[in-house]
Design a protein around this ligand. Structure first.
Ligand code: ZN
Ligand code: ZN
Length: 405
């Protein structure tokens, strides 16, 4: 059941972690089915809600565990990133009476009031990080279906568990802890896989790591949260990414990792590496400016210079004008196609579920909103976009991810 030497090949996607907790690895993100240890038939609670398009898969495995037509007593969310709430819409449609709970500081991103801070592809580390520019960051709007977790630390539907605020990866990130046997569901507060790497994400090689760097906007808070969780001395760590780890080896790796957190987890270079985004109960208040790599800058300048030369030369031949225009338009089409092919064929999220992933991959192709037309009018003028007063909390439900560069 539990191993610290497991990998994707040796571990079924749907598996028991410990009595009262089962995991479903949804391509690269985990969600959990939690239930009383002495009542394997439920009642039960769903912890996180997977990637977009996986509602049927989540329900199918729920039926295997608890029988047909047995909705959970509640759905609780570690945080609101797309790989943890992607299937929530579909689940809520099937389970019209099931309440959803998240930390009060996560509610702006789940009730349409604020985008997450933009992901940071400049952190490096591998394909999962490089692709993060395309990960959805717009708010979901589950309206009154989602509410704040109880202030007393209890977890609705899960006696014996408590929630712990573990901000850093997101502002309202929480972890869940079963106290009597020290079972921890850590969300993305830390991971047991090198989540930035496409290869590691594919193999699922077990290893304690920090939160996924490309989506973490406050590294001091993230370090404090990981330290807090290590102090709980978990017997089992079931994380949002990676195969659950356990026992002495888990605690040894946590203890070895934390003193080197800034070296191992905090990006050397990155938009949030040394300056956090800030937020309050209404959502994001400020984000640091994006980093532009000097090489990218240099290449862009060189590209512009070459383009100018090419245009000047093309301008000399009037009769070639129409032909040139056609050629440019053709080459643009080819570039688009090759981009899509590269995206589709990128090795990271493949495996048994490869084709399934392709049909619901995140990014510009899946990230459509009926409110897209609002983005043009809600964009701030350039140069002022980092100011703390740029808030969109009054624009409920709007797709506002373009508010930050
Ligand atoms: Zn996350
Ligand atoms: Zn995640």
């Amino acid at each position: 059941m539990l191993s610290n030497e497991a990998n994707r090949a040796s571990t079924p996607a749907f598996d028991a972690v410990v009595p009262g907790l089962s995991v479903l690895r949804d391509v690269f993100a985990n969600l959990y089915y939690a239930f009383p240890q002495d009542q394997p038939q439920g009642p039960w609670v769903l912890i996180d809600a997977g990637l977009p398009g996986s509602a049927d898969k989540i329900k199918k495995h729920a039926e295997e565990l608890f029988g047909a037509n047995t909705p959970p007593a509640a759905i609780v969310l570690t945080h609101g990133h797309f790989d943890h709430v992607g299937a929530l819409d579909g689940l809520l449609a099937s389970w019209p009476d099931v309440p959803v709970y998240a930390h009060t500081l996560e509610l702006p991103y789940l009730t349409g009031r604020s985008s997450f801070p933009p992901p940071d592809p400049t952190v490096g580390g591998g394909m999962m990080a490089y692709l993060s520019f395309a990960y959805p960051k717009h708010p979901y709007d589950f309206g009154t279906r989602v509410q704040a977790l109880p202030a007393d630390g209890s977890v609705p539907g899960l006696p014996g568990w408590r929630w712990v605020h573990t901000p850093g990866h997101t502002f309202g990130h929480v972890s869940f802890f079963r106290e009597h046997d020290k079972v921890l569901v850590a969300g993305d507060a830390f991971t047991t896989v090198f989540a930035e790497s496409g290869t590691a994400t594919y193999t699922q090689k077990q290893e304690v790591h920090g939160p996924p760097a490309y989506f973490t906007p406050d590294w001091n808070a993230a370090r404090a949260s990981m330290e807090l969780l290590a102090r709980l001395e978990p017997e089992v760590a079931a994380t949002g990414h990676g195969i659950p780890m356990h026992g002495t080896e888990l605690r040894r790796q946590l203890a070895a990792f934390l003193p080197r957190f800034d070296e191992l987890a905090r990006p050397k270079v990155g938009r949030y590496a040394h300056q956090p985004a800030t937020a309050d109960a209404d959502g994001v208040r400020s984000v640091p400016p994006p980093l532009v790599n000097h090489w990218v800058k240099g290449l862009a300048v060189a590209g512009l210079a070459l383009t100018a030369v090419a245009l000047a030369m093309a301008g000399n031949g009037k009769k070639d004008k129409r032909k040139g225009k056609k050629a440019r338009s053709t080459s643009k089409g080819k570039a688009d196609d090759s981009y899509r092919a590269w995206y589709r064929d990128s090795p990271a999220p493949q495996g048994a579920s490869g084709p399934d992933w392709q049909s619901r991959r995140p990014g510009p192709f899946a990230d459509q909103s009926p409110h897209g037309q609002d983005t043009a009018t809600s964009q701030p003028s350039s140069g002022t976009s980092y100011a703390a007063d740029l808030r969109y909390s009054d624009q409920r439900s709007r797709k506002i991810e373009t508010q930050y560069p």
